[in-house]
Design a protein around this ligand. Structure first.
Ligand code: ATP
Length: 323
């Protein structure tokens, strides 16, 4: 291979920029030309492709989001869209791809590379931490830190007014952010998509806290909790349990932004570095991941089909004991 291209796709995540930087600088170090594709698969179809050099990734380590922009692109799912993308890659003499994103992005890479002869490597970039093949995905650590900061602030007002706050955090299918932020923020209860907690049980927990003179409460509710989100949970609790003044905070998109943590900067750098080395070594249709403290490659089909229960048993157990 002579020229590789890097792109970000799907939801943005802090750590994508350090990864782009690592791909560009590693590629150039090993004598490759490197291009950046703007707005993910959309940019491939629209030929929105720019040549990158060491300088084009200066001063981006500390930036959240992605300098290459990202997009969701329906046209890439069609044969015509893929063909246009391929033609543009050829026009730009690009002969290998590094795609940073979530499972949709990996699906795109898998479909594209089963049709066209272009080596691809996927890098897991999503705050949800819900991809097979890596203990951590880019952005998860930063997002969790953002949630903890918010919980600490909410705790100040909760404590001053004897209030009970229901804080909704991201995680439609995976409760990774909710569980960790709940433990690190000392939440009274954590509602997860992976665990059915009934409103009755939640009220029992909160009532037990009130009986022990707890003067405030924070309940973390993951978006995907089966009771239907923080507003619904708060409403149903309030109907029965009125010990505290009750408030709801939806953290929303602020969880996606912000300067990447040291962990995400290092992880992005390691994954970008490894992705380029993998392409140079002739690897194809793989994803990069961190297992323990080692960078590993996983077959992209296995990464897409694999399932992992990421919520650690000890965290699940201690979440109620320590609260
Ligand atoms: P996040 O986890 O943050 O949502 P994601 O990568 O899963 O990130 P998606 O919007 O699901 O985000 O996927 C990103 C893009 O990947 C889509 O907009 C589309 O262009 C491409 N893609 C997804 N599924 C397919 C598919 N079946 N075939 C081809 N391309 C696909």
């Amino acid at each position: 291979i002579n020229k590789i291209a890097v792109f970000t796709s799907g939801g943005d995540a802090p750590g994508m920029n350090p990864c782009i930087r690592a791909v560009v600088r590693t590629g150039i170090y090993y004598g490759l030309k490197v291009a950046g594709i703007r707005q993910g698969y959309q940019g491939m179809i629209e030929n929105n492709i720019v040549d990158m050099d060491n300088h084009s990734v200066s001063n981006i380590l500390q930036l959240g989001g992605t300098i290459l922009k990202t997009a969701r692109c329906l046209e890439f799912k069609t044969p015509e869209g893929m063909q246009k993308a391929y033609d543009n890659l050829k026009k730009n003499k690009i002969d290998a791809l590094v795609g940073i994103g979530g499972d949709g992005t990996f699906t795109g890479l898998e479909r594209f590379s089963s049709k066209f002869d272009i080596p691809v490597i996927g890098v897991p970039g999503t705050i949800d931490n819900d991809l097979y093949g890596s203990d951590y995905t880019l952005g998860f650590d930063t997002a969790t830190n953002t949630v903890i900061e918010a919980i600490d602030k909410i705790r100040d007002t909760a404590e001053s007014h004897a209030r009970l706050f229901f804080v909704e955090v991201m995680g439609r299918d995976a409760g990774c952010i909710a569980l960790r932020a709940g433990i690190a923020g000392g939440a009274e209860a954590i509602m997860l998509p992976e665990k059915d907690t009934s409103i009755k049980d939640l009220i029992a927990t909160l009532a037990a806290g009130a009986a022990k003179n707890k003067t405030s409460g924070i309940v973390i509710v993951a978006e995907g909790d089966k009771n239907g989100g923080a507003f619904n949970v708060a409403k149903r609790v309030k109907e029965v349990f009125n010990f505290y003044d009750t408030k709801v905070t939806i953290l929303g998109h602020l969880q996606r932004g912000g300067s990447p943590s040291s962990f995400d900067r290092i992880l992005g750098s390691r994954m970008g570095f490894a992705a380029v080395k993998a392409l140079i070594a002739g690897e194809h249709r793989k994803t990069v991941g961190l297992r323990g403290n080692e960078i590993v490659l996983t077959d992209i089909v296995e990464a897409l089909n694999g399932h992992e229960f990421k919520l650690e048993d000890d965290l699940m157990e201690m979440s109620t004991i320590l609260a």
